[in-house]
Design a protein around this ligand. Sequence first.
Ligand SMILES: NC(=O)c1ccc[n+]([C@@H]2O[C@H](COP(=O)([O-])OP(=O)(O)OC[C@H]3O[C@@H](n4cnc5c(N)ncnc54)[C@H](O)[C@@H]3O)[C@@H](O)[C@H]2O)c1
Length: 359
Amino acid sequence: MILVTGGAGFIGANFVLDWLAEQQEGVVNLDKLTYAGNLETLATLKDVKAHVFVRGDIGDSALVDKLLAEHQPRAVVNFAAESHVDRSIHGPEDFVQTNVVGTFRLLESVRGYWNGLPADRKAAFRFLHVSTDEVYGSLKTGEPAFTEETKYEPNSPYSASKAASDHLVRAWHHTYGLPVLTTNCSNNYGPYHFPEKLIPLMIVNALAGKPLPVYGDGMQVRDWLYVKDHCSAIRRVLEAGRLGETYNVGGWNEKPNIEIVRTVCALLDELKPRADGKPYSEQIAYVVDRPGHDRRYAIDARKLERELGWKPEETFETGIRKTVEWYLANGEWVRNVQSGAYREWVQKHYASSAGKGAA
Ligand SMILES: NC(=O)c1ccc[n+]([C@@H]2O[C@H](COP(=O)([O-])OP(=O)(O)OC[C@H]3O[C@@H](n4cnc5c(N)ncnc54)[C@H](O)[C@@H]3O)[C@@H](O)[C@H]2O)c1
Protein backbone atom coordinates (compact mmCIF):
# COMPACT_ATOMS: atom_id res chain seq x y z
CA MET A 1 0.00 0.00 0.00
CA ILE A 2 1.19 3.52 -0.75
CA LEU A 3 -0.24 6.81 0.49
CA VAL A 4 -0.84 9.40 -2.21
CA THR A 5 -1.73 12.95 -1.24
CA GLY A 6 -3.56 15.25 -3.65
CA GLY A 7 -4.71 12.23 -5.64
CA ALA A 8 -7.93 13.88 -6.78
CA GLY A 9 -6.05 16.66 -8.57
CA PHE A 10 -4.86 16.66 -12.15
CA ILE A 11 -1.51 14.85 -11.85
CA GLY A 12 -2.32 12.96 -8.64
CA ALA A 13 -5.48 11.41 -10.12
CA ASN A 14 -3.69 10.45 -13.33
CA PHE A 15 -1.00 8.90 -11.13
CA VAL A 16 -3.51 6.93 -9.03
CA LEU A 17 -5.32 5.64 -12.14
CA ASP A 18 -2.03 4.61 -13.77
CA TRP A 19 -0.68 3.11 -10.56
CA LEU A 20 -3.71 0.87 -10.07
CA ALA A 21 -3.54 -0.18 -13.71
CA GLU A 22 0.19 -0.92 -13.61
CA GLN A 23 1.01 -2.17 -10.10
CA GLN A 24 -0.41 -4.88 -7.86
CA GLU A 25 -0.49 -2.50 -4.92
CA GLY A 26 -3.20 -0.48 -3.22
CA VAL A 27 -3.46 3.28 -2.75
CA VAL A 28 -4.76 5.36 0.12
CA ASN A 29 -5.64 8.67 -1.45
CA LEU A 30 -5.75 11.67 0.88
CA ASP A 31 -7.14 14.82 -0.71
CA LYS A 32 -8.77 17.92 0.71
CA LEU A 33 -10.98 18.33 -2.36
CA THR A 34 -10.32 22.00 -2.89
CA TYR A 35 -11.76 23.49 -6.09
CA ALA A 36 -8.95 21.60 -7.90
CA GLY A 37 -9.77 18.17 -6.51
CA ASN A 38 -12.27 16.17 -8.46
CA LEU A 39 -13.72 12.78 -7.54
CA GLU A 40 -15.29 12.52 -10.99
CA THR A 41 -11.81 11.80 -12.31
CA LEU A 42 -11.69 8.75 -10.03
CA ALA A 43 -15.21 7.55 -10.87
CA THR A 44 -13.94 4.32 -12.47
CA LEU A 45 -12.40 3.35 -9.11
CA LYS A 46 -15.74 3.40 -7.32
CA ASP A 47 -15.78 -0.35 -6.66
CA VAL A 48 -12.04 -0.90 -6.65
CA LYS A 49 -11.06 -2.15 -3.20
CA ALA A 50 -7.38 -1.33 -3.77
CA HIS A 51 -8.29 2.38 -3.71
CA VAL A 52 -9.29 4.03 -0.45
CA PHE A 53 -10.23 7.68 -0.75
CA VAL A 54 -10.09 9.89 2.32
CA ARG A 55 -11.08 13.52 2.26
CA GLY A 56 -8.70 15.48 4.46
CA ASP A 57 -5.84 17.91 4.79
CA ILE A 58 -2.13 16.99 4.74
CA GLY A 59 -1.82 19.55 7.55
CA ASP A 60 -4.22 17.59 9.79
CA SER A 61 -1.60 15.71 11.80
CA ALA A 62 -4.10 13.63 13.77
CA LEU A 63 -5.73 12.37 10.57
CA VAL A 64 -2.43 11.69 8.79
CA ASP A 65 -1.02 9.87 11.86
CA LYS A 66 -4.14 7.73 11.96
CA LEU A 67 -3.96 6.89 8.25
CA LEU A 68 -0.30 5.96 8.47
CA ALA A 69 -0.89 3.73 11.50
CA GLU A 70 -3.94 2.10 9.95
CA HIS A 71 -2.66 1.47 6.43
CA GLN A 72 1.09 1.06 7.06
CA PRO A 73 2.17 2.41 3.65
CA ARG A 74 5.62 1.57 2.31
CA ALA A 75 5.80 4.98 0.60
CA VAL A 76 4.17 8.40 0.53
CA VAL A 77 3.89 10.36 -2.71
CA ASN A 78 3.07 14.00 -2.04
CA PHE A 79 1.17 15.79 -4.82
CA ALA A 80 -1.07 17.85 -2.54
CA ALA A 81 -0.58 21.56 -3.17
CA GLU A 82 -2.16 24.79 -4.16
CA SER A 83 -0.87 24.90 -7.70
CA HIS A 84 -2.25 27.80 -9.72
CA VAL A 85 0.12 30.79 -10.09
CA ASP A 86 -2.68 33.28 -10.79
CA ARG A 87 -4.50 32.25 -7.64
CA SER A 88 -1.27 32.60 -5.66
CA ILE A 89 -0.99 36.22 -6.78
CA HIS A 90 -4.50 37.05 -5.62
CA GLY A 91 -4.45 34.97 -2.42
CA PRO A 92 -1.00 33.75 -1.35
CA GLU A 93 -2.00 32.63 2.13
CA ASP A 94 -3.53 29.28 1.11
CA PHE A 95 -0.28 28.54 -0.72
CA VAL A 96 1.82 29.09 2.38
CA GLN A 97 -0.66 27.13 4.44
CA THR A 98 -0.79 24.01 2.26
CA ASN A 99 2.52 24.04 0.44
CA VAL A 100 4.71 25.08 3.37
CA VAL A 101 2.88 24.38 6.65
CA GLY A 102 1.03 21.37 5.21
CA THR A 103 4.24 19.82 3.85
CA PHE A 104 5.96 20.45 7.19
CA ARG A 105 3.19 18.72 9.13
CA LEU A 106 3.09 15.84 6.66
CA LEU A 107 6.85 15.40 6.99
CA GLU A 108 6.55 15.35 10.77
CA SER A 109 3.78 12.74 10.72
CA VAL A 110 5.74 10.63 8.27
CA ARG A 111 8.90 10.97 10.35
CA GLY A 112 7.09 9.73 13.45
CA TYR A 113 5.64 6.77 11.55
CA TRP A 114 8.92 5.94 9.83
CA ASN A 115 10.84 6.04 13.14
CA GLY A 116 8.54 3.38 14.52
CA LEU A 117 8.96 0.94 11.63
CA PRO A 118 11.01 -2.24 11.99
CA ALA A 119 14.50 -1.95 10.46
CA ASP A 120 13.78 -3.66 7.13
CA ARG A 121 10.63 -1.62 6.44
CA LYS A 122 12.34 1.53 7.64
CA ALA A 123 15.14 0.99 5.14
CA ALA A 124 12.70 0.35 2.28
CA PHE A 125 10.40 3.32 3.05
CA ARG A 126 10.30 6.34 0.68
CA PHE A 127 8.79 9.83 0.80
CA LEU A 128 8.54 11.25 -2.71
CA HIS A 129 7.84 14.96 -3.00
CA VAL A 130 6.47 16.27 -6.29
CA SER A 131 7.67 19.76 -7.12
CA THR A 132 8.03 22.12 -10.01
CA ASP A 133 10.61 23.65 -12.36
CA GLU A 134 9.23 27.08 -11.34
CA VAL A 135 11.45 27.01 -8.22
CA TYR A 136 14.44 27.71 -10.49
CA GLY A 137 13.07 31.06 -11.66
CA SER A 138 13.13 32.36 -15.21
CA LEU A 139 15.63 31.74 -18.03
CA LYS A 140 16.75 34.13 -20.75
CA THR A 141 16.68 33.03 -24.38
CA GLY A 142 19.72 30.87 -25.06
CA GLU A 143 20.51 30.14 -21.40
CA PRO A 144 20.96 26.44 -20.65
CA ALA A 145 17.99 24.51 -19.28
CA PHE A 146 17.53 23.97 -15.52
CA THR A 147 19.58 21.13 -14.08
CA GLU A 148 19.29 19.77 -10.54
CA GLU A 149 22.21 22.08 -9.65
CA THR A 150 20.50 25.29 -10.81
CA LYS A 151 20.04 27.63 -7.87
CA TYR A 152 16.56 28.31 -6.58
CA GLU A 153 15.14 31.69 -7.61
CA PRO A 154 11.36 31.45 -7.21
CA ASN A 155 9.46 34.50 -8.46
CA SER A 156 5.79 33.94 -7.64
CA PRO A 157 4.08 33.19 -4.32
CA TYR A 158 3.33 29.73 -5.76
CA SER A 159 6.92 28.92 -6.69
CA ALA A 160 8.24 30.43 -3.46
CA SER A 161 5.94 28.19 -1.43
CA LYS A 162 6.98 25.13 -3.46
CA ALA A 163 10.65 26.08 -3.04
CA ALA A 164 10.11 26.29 0.72
CA SER A 165 8.52 22.83 0.72
CA ASP A 166 11.46 21.40 -1.27
CA HIS A 167 13.87 22.83 1.30
CA LEU A 168 11.90 21.27 4.15
CA VAL A 169 11.97 17.89 2.41
CA ARG A 170 15.71 18.22 1.86
CA ALA A 171 16.29 19.21 5.49
CA TRP A 172 14.21 16.30 6.82
CA HIS A 173 16.59 14.01 4.95
CA HIS A 174 19.78 15.68 6.06
CA THR A 175 18.71 16.26 9.66
CA TYR A 176 16.56 13.25 10.46
CA GLY A 177 17.62 10.78 7.78
CA LEU A 178 14.10 10.53 6.31
CA PRO A 179 14.43 8.63 3.00
CA VAL A 180 13.20 11.31 0.60
CA LEU A 181 13.18 11.83 -3.16
CA THR A 182 12.19 15.04 -4.92
CA THR A 183 11.07 15.48 -8.51
CA ASN A 184 10.89 18.88 -10.22
CA CYS A 185 8.84 18.72 -13.37
CA SER A 186 7.81 21.05 -16.14
CA ASN A 187 4.29 22.00 -17.27
CA ASN A 188 2.09 18.93 -17.43
CA TYR A 189 -0.76 18.50 -19.88
CA GLY A 190 -3.19 15.72 -20.70
CA PRO A 191 -6.53 14.26 -19.59
CA TYR A 192 -8.40 15.52 -16.50
CA HIS A 193 -6.68 18.92 -16.42
CA PHE A 194 -8.80 21.52 -14.65
CA PRO A 195 -10.02 24.02 -17.26
CA GLU A 196 -8.36 27.04 -15.66
CA LYS A 197 -4.95 25.99 -17.02
CA LEU A 198 -3.72 27.01 -20.47
CA ILE A 199 -4.40 23.97 -22.69
CA PRO A 200 -7.81 22.86 -21.33
CA LEU A 201 -8.91 26.51 -21.07
CA MET A 202 -8.14 27.03 -24.76
CA ILE A 203 -9.99 23.88 -25.79
CA VAL A 204 -13.03 24.63 -23.65
CA ASN A 205 -13.23 28.32 -24.64
CA ALA A 206 -12.67 27.55 -28.31
CA LEU A 207 -15.54 25.08 -28.37
CA ALA A 208 -17.77 27.52 -26.46
CA GLY A 209 -17.06 30.27 -29.00
CA LYS A 210 -15.34 32.39 -26.34
CA PRO A 211 -12.12 34.41 -26.67
CA LEU A 212 -8.83 32.54 -26.19
CA PRO A 213 -6.96 34.78 -23.72
CA VAL A 214 -3.20 34.86 -24.27
CA TYR A 215 -1.04 36.74 -21.75
CA GLY A 216 1.17 39.57 -23.07
CA ASP A 217 2.90 38.71 -26.34
CA GLY A 218 2.36 34.96 -25.85
CA MET A 219 6.09 34.36 -26.09
CA GLN A 220 6.49 32.86 -22.60
CA VAL A 221 8.32 29.60 -23.15
CA ARG A 222 7.54 26.44 -21.17
CA ASP A 223 8.58 22.82 -21.43
CA TRP A 224 5.56 20.55 -21.85
CA LEU A 225 5.35 17.09 -20.31
CA TYR A 226 2.53 14.66 -21.07
CA VAL A 227 1.02 13.76 -17.70
CA LYS A 228 1.28 10.00 -18.23
CA ASP A 229 4.99 10.39 -18.91
CA HIS A 230 5.25 12.28 -15.63
CA CYS A 231 3.48 9.42 -13.84
CA SER A 232 5.89 6.85 -15.25
CA ALA A 233 8.83 9.04 -14.21
CA ILE A 234 7.54 9.20 -10.63
CA ARG A 235 7.07 5.43 -10.54
CA ARG A 236 10.63 5.02 -11.77
CA VAL A 237 12.12 7.46 -9.22
CA LEU A 238 10.15 5.81 -6.43
CA GLU A 239 11.47 2.45 -7.52
CA ALA A 240 15.13 3.26 -8.04
CA GLY A 241 15.92 6.90 -7.19
CA ARG A 242 18.93 7.57 -4.97
CA LEU A 243 17.93 8.75 -1.51
CA GLY A 244 18.01 12.48 -0.90
CA GLU A 245 18.37 13.17 -4.64
CA THR A 246 16.41 15.51 -6.84
CA TYR A 247 15.37 14.51 -10.37
CA ASN A 248 14.20 16.94 -13.02
CA VAL A 249 11.40 15.59 -15.20
CA GLY A 250 10.75 17.19 -18.58
CA GLY A 251 9.31 16.42 -21.97
CA TRP A 252 12.02 18.02 -24.14
CA ASN A 253 9.27 20.21 -25.63
CA GLU A 254 10.16 23.88 -25.20
CA LYS A 255 7.42 25.97 -26.79
CA PRO A 256 6.05 29.51 -26.51
CA ASN A 257 2.47 29.71 -25.24
CA ILE A 258 1.19 31.20 -28.48
CA GLU A 259 2.46 28.16 -30.40
CA ILE A 260 0.60 25.90 -27.97
CA VAL A 261 -2.59 27.87 -28.54
CA ARG A 262 -2.17 27.80 -32.32
CA THR A 263 -1.54 24.04 -32.23
CA VAL A 264 -4.71 23.48 -30.19
CA CYS A 265 -6.66 25.64 -32.65
CA ALA A 266 -5.31 23.73 -35.64
CA LEU A 267 -6.20 20.37 -34.08
CA LEU A 268 -9.71 21.59 -33.32
CA ASP A 269 -10.03 22.89 -36.91
CA GLU A 270 -9.28 19.35 -38.04
CA LEU A 271 -11.21 17.34 -35.43
CA LYS A 272 -14.21 19.60 -34.74
CA PRO A 273 -14.37 22.47 -37.23
CA ARG A 274 -16.33 25.60 -36.38
CA ALA A 275 -19.84 25.68 -37.78
CA ASP A 276 -18.98 28.82 -39.80
CA GLY A 277 -15.88 27.13 -41.26
CA LYS A 278 -13.55 29.83 -39.87
CA PRO A 279 -10.36 28.90 -37.96
CA TYR A 280 -10.48 28.81 -34.15
CA SER A 281 -7.34 30.99 -34.12
CA GLU A 282 -9.68 33.93 -34.91
CA GLN A 283 -10.77 33.69 -31.25
CA ILE A 284 -7.24 34.43 -29.92
CA ALA A 285 -7.29 37.60 -27.78
CA TYR A 286 -4.13 39.05 -26.25
CA VAL A 287 -4.67 40.21 -22.65
CA VAL A 288 -2.55 42.18 -20.15
CA ASP A 289 0.35 40.06 -18.94
CA ARG A 290 0.43 38.44 -15.49
CA PRO A 291 2.56 40.46 -13.01
CA GLY A 292 6.09 39.03 -12.70
CA HIS A 293 5.39 36.49 -15.45
CA ASP A 294 8.47 34.29 -15.92
CA ARG A 295 9.67 34.33 -19.53
CA ARG A 296 11.13 30.92 -19.97
CA TYR A 297 11.44 27.58 -18.19
CA ALA A 298 13.37 24.68 -19.67
CA ILE A 299 14.16 21.35 -18.05
CA ASP A 300 17.29 19.33 -18.52
CA ALA A 301 16.08 15.82 -17.66
CA ARG A 302 19.32 14.02 -18.53
CA LYS A 303 20.06 12.91 -14.95
CA LEU A 304 16.84 10.90 -14.87
CA GLU A 305 17.71 9.30 -18.19
CA ARG A 306 21.34 8.65 -17.26
CA GLU A 307 20.70 7.24 -13.79
CA LEU A 308 17.30 5.59 -14.09
CA GLY A 309 16.85 5.09 -17.83
CA TRP A 310 13.64 7.16 -18.02
CA LYS A 311 12.63 9.03 -21.16
CA PRO A 312 9.23 10.49 -22.11
CA GLU A 313 7.24 8.37 -24.55
CA GLU A 314 5.19 11.15 -26.09
CA THR A 315 6.39 13.89 -28.39
CA PHE A 316 4.43 17.14 -28.12
CA GLU A 317 2.66 16.32 -31.39
CA THR A 318 1.39 12.92 -30.16
CA GLY A 319 0.60 14.14 -26.63
CA ILE A 320 -1.33 17.23 -27.65
CA ARG A 321 -3.40 15.27 -30.17
CA LYS A 322 -4.32 12.72 -27.48
CA THR A 323 -5.20 15.58 -25.14
CA VAL A 324 -7.49 17.40 -27.59
CA GLU A 325 -9.15 14.11 -28.52
CA TRP A 326 -9.69 13.34 -24.81
CA TYR A 327 -11.41 16.70 -24.21
CA LEU A 328 -13.60 16.25 -27.25
CA ALA A 329 -14.65 12.80 -26.00
CA ASN A 330 -15.17 13.90 -22.39
CA GLY A 331 -17.39 16.96 -22.57
CA GLU A 332 -19.41 15.67 -19.66
CA TRP A 333 -16.38 15.63 -17.34
CA VAL A 334 -15.68 19.25 -18.32
CA ARG A 335 -19.28 20.32 -17.80
CA ASN A 336 -19.37 18.63 -14.40
CA VAL A 337 -16.19 20.23 -13.10
CA GLN A 338 -17.39 23.59 -14.31
CA SER A 339 -20.86 23.34 -12.88
CA GLY A 340 -21.87 24.00 -9.30
CA ALA A 341 -23.62 20.63 -9.23
CA TYR A 342 -20.40 18.76 -8.61
CA ARG A 343 -19.36 21.02 -5.74
CA GLU A 344 -22.80 20.75 -4.18
CA TRP A 345 -22.58 16.97 -4.39
CA VAL A 346 -19.22 16.99 -2.60
CA GLN A 347 -20.61 19.21 0.14
CA LYS A 348 -23.65 17.01 0.62
CA HIS A 349 -21.77 13.74 0.39
CA TYR A 350 -19.12 14.70 2.89
CA ALA A 351 -21.49 16.37 5.27
CA SER A 352 -23.17 12.98 5.71
CA SER A 353 -20.12 10.71 5.63
CA ALA A 354 -17.89 12.50 8.15
CA GLY A 355 -15.11 13.18 5.70
CA LYS A 356 -14.42 9.62 4.64
CA GLY A 357 -15.49 7.44 1.76
CA ALA A 358 -14.42 5.43 -1.21
CA ALA A 359 -14.36 6.83 -4.71
N1 LIG B 1 0.32 20.86 -13.20
C1 LIG B 1 1.56 21.10 -13.52
O1 LIG B 1 1.87 21.40 -14.67
C2 LIG B 1 2.65 20.99 -12.49
C3 LIG B 1 3.96 21.26 -12.88
C4 LIG B 1 4.97 21.13 -11.95
C5 LIG B 1 4.69 20.69 -10.66
N2 LIG B 1 3.42 20.44 -10.30
C6 LIG B 1 3.17 19.98 -8.91
O2 LIG B 1 2.51 18.73 -8.98
C7 LIG B 1 1.59 18.60 -7.91
C8 LIG B 1 0.21 18.29 -8.44
O3 LIG B 1 -0.17 19.33 -9.34
P1 LIG B 1 -1.60 19.34 -10.03
O4 LIG B 1 -1.47 20.10 -11.29
O5 LIG B 1 -2.16 17.98 -10.05
O6 LIG B 1 -2.40 20.23 -8.98
P2 LIG B 1 -3.98 20.37 -8.79
O7 LIG B 1 -4.18 21.76 -8.28
O8 LIG B 1 -4.71 19.91 -9.98
O9 LIG B 1 -4.29 19.33 -7.61
C9 LIG B 1 -3.88 19.51 -6.30
C10 LIG B 1 -4.68 18.54 -5.42
O10 LIG B 1 -4.25 18.72 -4.07
C11 LIG B 1 -5.40 18.80 -3.24
N3 LIG B 1 -5.06 19.60 -2.07
C12 LIG B 1 -4.84 20.95 -2.01
N4 LIG B 1 -4.55 21.31 -0.75
C13 LIG B 1 -4.55 20.16 0.00
C14 LIG B 1 -4.30 19.89 1.35
N5 LIG B 1 -3.99 20.85 2.22
N6 LIG B 1 -4.38 18.60 1.78
C15 LIG B 1 -4.72 17.60 0.92
N7 LIG B 1 -4.98 17.82 -0.37
C16 LIG B 1 -4.89 19.08 -0.84
C17 LIG B 1 -6.47 19.44 -4.11
O11 LIG B 1 -7.77 19.14 -3.63
C18 LIG B 1 -6.17 18.82 -5.46
O12 LIG B 1 -6.86 17.60 -5.61
C19 LIG B 1 1.65 19.93 -7.13
O13 LIG B 1 2.48 19.73 -6.02
C20 LIG B 1 2.27 20.90 -8.11
O14 LIG B 1 3.01 21.89 -7.45
C21 LIG B 1 2.39 20.59 -11.18
